[in-house]
Design a protein around this ligand. Structure first.
Ligand SMILES: [Zn+2]
Length: 403
């Protein structure tokens, strides 16, 4: 937080307060890690300059000055960039915020967290950059120079396409979620929109990046752009500190499908949303939807070889056969809990639970380790069950393939 949509909303709204105005003076707090350019230099270099354009790349704001220099602004985790007169409970210090939640907030007065204040020659409203945790950054890049932070950024998320992600995912053994958060691959996606995009695309955040198919990468990037464009429309997500430059809250936090909704029912299938940690970041996903989505890919994605694994679970006489095939696994309480199978190499990824089985099959498989699954598979090789078919729970029952 804030991610691309929040930074873009900030750009569009604070731009009106910055572009075309001549800076009279700059007021800062004392030197700290917040300032990548020293406060003294900022005061000297910015006074008398006019901002003629405000750009954005990923989560960076780039204010182009008439001197040819660029003022780089990054909101970090708790950065707030807003105009004088903005009113919001989020602009108060934490204890005040807790005690004054019912009061109408008063106009903002600069406090010790207001690290940068821009005053303008026209005497109009000032612009403040406030950051309680100081993970935000301010840097002045001289004309003709660049900065390593910008150079290593990948393509902006709103301009990326699926092949971009697919190329970057080759040979990467990290989870697809971690790859999406890598700003050197695609710039602008953070935790909220990565979770939302993977959910919409129907891809588990834990999938190993190199095993995600091109069609899925296309779906992930399209989903990311869809949720981010919608978030920009609604003014971004105001989850902790983020406020719009006029002090108003964004609206996208009310439209989140999975992020921060642990144990709430999945909006698609009703399965409780799960939360787990990938690379020290919380991830939220529906344990059922990725499998349903995968099974609906149909001809668009080559069917993984793993679907030809021999079946080894037999239905008892009198039980209804499951959709896997004519040999008939027992089917009890088939819900959206089909399980995922790893692609390409035809082996189950990590544990035997990750396969296209029905609930009943899953219960039997739950206690199996990967090793016992493998040995079991060896024993049953030659067993002549038809190929295991992915189950599309929404669509028609797949045709059974005979022996
Ligand atoms: Zn679901």
């Amino acid at each position: 937080m804030p991610e691309l949509p929040e930074v873009e909303v900030t750009r569009r709204r604070i731009g009106k307060l910055l572009v075309g105005r001549k800076i009279a003076c700059v007021v800062t707090t004392k030197p700290s890690y917040f300032f990548l350019t020293s406060p003294k230099k900022l005061q000297q270099e910015l006074a008398g300059r006019t901002i003629h354009k405000l750009d954005r790349h990923g989560k960076y704001l780039l204010a182009r000055l008439d001197s040819g220099a660029t003022l780089l602004l990054h909101l970090g985790m708790t950065g707030q960039l807003f105009g004088e007169g903005a009113r919001s409970i989020r602009l108060l210090r934490a204890p005040d915020r807790r005690s004054k939640t019912t009061e109408k907030p008063r106009g903002f007065a600069p406090d010790e967290h207001t690290h940068l204040q821009l005053e303008f020659k026209d005497g109009g409203p000032r612009v403040f950059f406030r950051d309680v945790r100081k993970f935000g950054k301010v840097l002045l890049v001289a004309e003709g120079q660049s900065d390593a932070r910008l150079e290593k950024l990948g393509i902006d998320a709103l301009e990326a396409d699926g092949s971009h992600l697919f190329e970057a995912a080759r040979a990467r053994k990290i989870p697809i979620k971690s790859l999406l958060l890598d700003q050197a691959v695609i710039a602008g996606i953070g935790n909220i929109y990565a979770d939302e995009a993977l959910f919409l695309a129907g891809v588990s955040p834990r999938r190993v990046a190199r095993r995600v198919a091109l069609a899925e990468c296309v779906a992930i990037v399209a989903a990311a752009q869809k949720v981010m464009r919608r978030s920009i429309q609604t003014g971004g997500s105001s989850i902790s500190d983020y406020v719009n430059p006029d002090g108003s809250d964004g609206g996208y936090q009310h439209e989140r499908r999975v992020y921060g909704r642990e144990d709430e029912p999945c909006p698609t299938c009703g399965t409780p949303i799960r939360r787990f940690v990938i690379a020290q970041r919380s991830s939220h996903y529906c344990p059922s939807c990725p499998n349903v989505a995968r099974s609906s890919w149909g001809a668009a994605t080559p069917q993984p070889q793993s679907q030809n694994l021999p079946c080894r679970l037999q239905a008892k006489p009198g039980q209804t056969p499951c959709l896997h095939g004519a040999s008939g696994h027992a089917l009890s309480g088939l819900s959206s809990r089909t399980l995922e199978i790893s692609q390409e190499d035809g082996r189950t990824g990590g544990s035997a639970r990750r396969a296209f089985w029905t609930n009943d099959c899953e219960r039997r498989l739950r206690s199996l380790t990967k090793a016992s699954y493998d040995s079991n598979k060896k024993k049953t090789r030659g067993h002549s069950c038809p190929p295991i078919l992915p189950v599309n729970l929404e669509g028609p029952r797949p045709e059974r393939s005979g022996r």
